[in-house]
Ligand binder design. Structure first.
Ligand code: HEC
Length: 139
């Protein structure tokens, strides 16, 4: 009986490990969503026909994507990039909050902080290939 239980618990640990690993998305599909979401967010902040709720929704989506980007970078042991992704996620959270309370100065400040993380991380870890597509640069 005890042996069976041990085997069952080993199986559970294995299953949990595999599913946790599977949850770490590759950076490419994450960035494919980050691009248009950030573009939409910037448009939403200046376009008066769009509501603060739309801006907040984009910001929350961006926050989630940057948490995923951070998990990816952590897996690659790129600690600085983990920091940039986390800073971007935190700023996206701030932006959502500012949008919801209609505070434009903190909203624009948060957008600027996010933009800075895009540029810093791309300079360090994004490489353009001859066919104009991008890939992760490890160093
Ligand atoms: C933590 C690092 C990091 C941050 C922060 C980051 N990126 Fe990226 N991004 C990457 C890496 C690495 C790639 C290259 C991977 C790839 O495209 O396969 C990339 C690729 C891209 C691509 C190209 C996708 C393609 O077509 O191949 C776009 C667009 C993009 N990022 C937009 C953004 C925007 C906009 C922001 C900020 C709002 C941002 N990224 C922030 C790391 C980051």
């Amino acid at each position: 009986m005890r042996k069976a239980l041990n085997i069952i618990s080993i199986c559970i640990v294995f299953a949990v490990t595999v599913s946790l690993y599977a949850q770490t998305k590759d950076i490419y599909p994450i960035m494919k969503e980050v691009g248009p979401t950030f573009t939409g967010l910037n448009r939403g902040m200046t376009d008066r026909s769009m509501s603060a709720a739309d801006v907040a929704k984009d910001a929350e989506k961006l926050q989630k994507l940057f948490v995923e980007a951070g998990a990816f970078m952590k897996e690659k042991n790129l600690e600085k990039a983990v920091g940039w992704a986390n800073d971007a996620a935190a700023a996206a959270g701030d932006l959502a909050k500012a949008a919801k309370s209609n505070e434009s100065d903190p909203m624009y400040a948060a957008a600027k902080t996010i933009q800075k993380q895009c540029a810093t991380c791309h300079a360090a870890h994004r490489e353009q290939l001859p066919d104009k597509s991008f890939k992760l640069k490890m160093q």
